[in-house]
Design a protein around this ligand. Sequence first.
Ligand SMILES: C[S@@+](CC[C@H](N)C(=O)[O-])C[C@H]1O[C@@H](n2cnc3c(N)ncnc32)[C@H](O)[C@@H]1O
Length: 215
Amino acid sequence: MSVPQRLVRSYVRRERPFKDNQKTDWERLWALYGISRDAWASAVGAQPAILDIGFGDGEALLGMASRDAEHTYIGVEMYRSGLLKVMRGAERERLSNVRVIEADAKEVVAALAAQSVAGVHLFFPDPWPKARHHKRRLVTESFIEALVRVLRPAGIIHMATDWPDYATQAAGHFAGCTALEPLDQDRNGRPETRFERRGWRLGHVSFDLRYRRTG
Ligand SMILES: C[S@@+](CC[C@H](N)C(=O)[O-])C[C@H]1O[C@@H](n2cnc3c(N)ncnc32)[C@H](O)[C@@H]1O
């Protein structure tokens, strides 16, 4: 029996409940950095925003936000420990250009206004390597179309993966989207991520895919 598309999730939630100190930090920091569901549609303010989808532990997000004060970095994650790490890091590094959303990125992107974001980062989305799980991969034709809707003209999508078949599959989807033109397929200053280093230890190679919205 086929699974209805809306029930196919790109993530699995397996987390321990927070300890008391984590709960206290979460409540305090969420008030500073969190964007709740009723504010998603207006999440992008006057300063151009980059969406970092599935930021994990947030090394890339914090690294890029700390050297690029011209953009607000809006991280979208389902993984609460990662959300808390990023909020703690933003406070530690006194970053005023970081915000986070705890939700499925598909829902968030659907709620954002058209042409509202300057860039999208998709660094090492879960590879779902088994063929029977490929339907769970986040980067599909329809998700790319949803991203293109929210990208400003000249806005950039940057994906990285260390699964060659995911890179090939995604490159095919990007190439099929007439509103995108390819850029140099390099890391363009992208910081290393935890997931990336794990792949390197297994002998993997990273692929960067970058595209610009035309028009
Ligand atoms: C393989 S990890 C990579 C994390 C990080 N970008 C890195 O490179 O270390 C993928 C992350 O994407 C998150 N994720 C998967 N599907 C998501 C979705 N639909 N919305 C938001 N986050 C998602 C997962 O919770 C996980 O933390």
